[in-house]
Every structure is written in C-alpha cells, then in structure tokens.
Design a binder for this molecule. Structure first.
Ligand SMILES: C[S@@+](CC[C@H](N)C(=O)[O-])C[C@H]1O[C@@H](n2cnc3c(N)ncnc32)[C@H](O)[C@@H]1O
Length: 214
C-alpha cells in the first residue's frame, strides 16, 4: 500500500503531505490569516497561551509566537510541519509543533489555552465537530475560540477551497459547537482572499469568534 494510505483510502496526512510536497511556494502564503490578525488587534484580546489547530506550514503559529504568545500548533502533515519548523527558525521564534490527526488528538490532561484558532480546517463534518469540541474544551476561562473557513455557499465554486458541501462550514453548526461559549461575532459573507496561491480570489467564508465565560 502506498505511503499515506489506510485500508486503501488516502489519509488526511497523506493527502496533505502530497499537496504541500507539490507546492512550489507556501500554498497559503507566509503572512498570517487576516481574520486572526484582526482578532489579535482587538482591545479585549489579551492572551498568552495559544493553540493553533491545523496550523499547516506555520504562517499563523509563527506570527502569534512573534507577538509574544506561547504557541502550540497541531497539524496532520509532517511535510507542512517540517516547513513550519523552518519558518519558526527563520523568524527566530519557538513553537511547540505536534504532528497529529485531529480526528484523534487530545490535549494533555490539564492543558488549557487562552485562545484556540481553527483557520481553514476544511475537513468532513465529523472532523470539524471533533476539532471544535476539543478546541472549546481546551479553553481557559475567558478563552477565545476563533474560526475562519469556507462556507456552504462556496459549494459549486471549485476555484478556491473544497467543493464538497460536507467540507464546508455554516454558522448554525459553529453556534451549536460553541453552545457553552459567548458568541462575540458570527459572520458569513463574500470577501476577496489574498493568502498565497491556493487562497486568492473571491470566496464565501464564515468568521466566528466566541469566548468561554469567566
Ligand atoms: C487549508 S490548510 C490551512 C493551513 C493553515 N491553517 C493556514 O491557514 O495556513 C488545511 C490544513 O489542515 C490540515 N488538516 C487537514 N485535515 C487534518 C486532520 N485530520 N488533522 C490535522 N490537520 C489536518 C492540513 O494538513 C492543512 O495543513
């Protein structure tokens, strides 16, 4: 069986390893995601420990670390994580990077974060819900859950992001997943992305931020 396959099916890690290996430049650029930067600029966003789920080749984790955050980053792709470590080295920052599948990964007992970012984890509904459950459960009191991803309205527009509706977000799902949290903003709409060659052009997205009370 070729590497990256399980029971004949391509695993998330195998699929993403191949995508990153084939990329001539960072697929989503090296600048941080715009929404993450907007949240970080808020006057009420004062965080120290940050978890970035599906951090990819590191643009978000490395930037957050450069802002002074203690960052833990998880991604299933070993290829992306190797590149992320190289980006951290170039930026002179330290990020705790973990290669793991979010279908299974659990934080160590007692670990808690002041913010958890889930930026463009475009997995199946099952994977999204599990990652959001882990994210919400890992928040310290007052902690932030921040999500950006392509919305269901992006289905049928295969130029950017997944075409399969099962891999696209909607706000109802996010609100339900964050039911114990206070929603700060829940936005859906079209914007122009300019984040590397894979995220360039008009896209339908959701932007969602919520806080654990306390
Ligand atoms: C569209 S990329 C976004 C990467 C990064 N968040 C960014 O904004 O640059 C999606 C990322 O999700 C990761 N991913 C997909 N399925 C995953 C899973 N089951 N467990 C962990 N990471 C996963 C991929 O390896 C990839 O790095």
């Amino acid at each position: 069986m070729p590497p990256g396959t399980m029971n004949g099916e391509t695993s998330s890690a195998g699929r993403w390893d191949r995508r990153y290996s084939a990329a001539a430049e960072p697929p989503f650029g090296e600048a941080p995601n715009e929404y993450l930067r907007m949240i970080a600029a808020r006057s009420d966003f004062a965080v120290r420990r940050v978890l970035s789920l599906a951090d990819g080749d590191g643009r978000n984790g490395a930037w957050l670390a450069a802002q002074g955050c203690a960052v833990t980053a998880v991604d299933c792709s070993a290829v992306a994580t190797e590149r992320a470590v190289e980006l951290d080295r170039r930026r002179g920052v330290a990020v705790t990077r973990i290669v793991a599948d979010l279908a299974e990964w659990v934080p160590a007992p007692g670990d808690a974060w002041d913010a958890v970012f889930v930026i463009y984890l475009q997995g199946t509904r099952g994977l999204r819900l599990r990652a959001l459950e882990v994210a919400a459960g890992a928040l310290a009191p007052g902690g932030w859950l921040v999500v950006e991803g392509f919305s269901k309205a992006q289905a049928g527009r295969p130029d950017i992001g997944p075409d399969d509706p099962d891999r696209l977000y909607d706000l109802e799902e996010l609100r339900a997943a964050a039911s114990g949290l206070e929603v700060v903003e829940a936005l859906a709409g079209r914007l122009r992305l300019d984040e590397g060659p894979r995220h360039r052009g008009e896209a339908e997205v959701v932007r969602f931020a919520a806080r654990r009370p306390g």
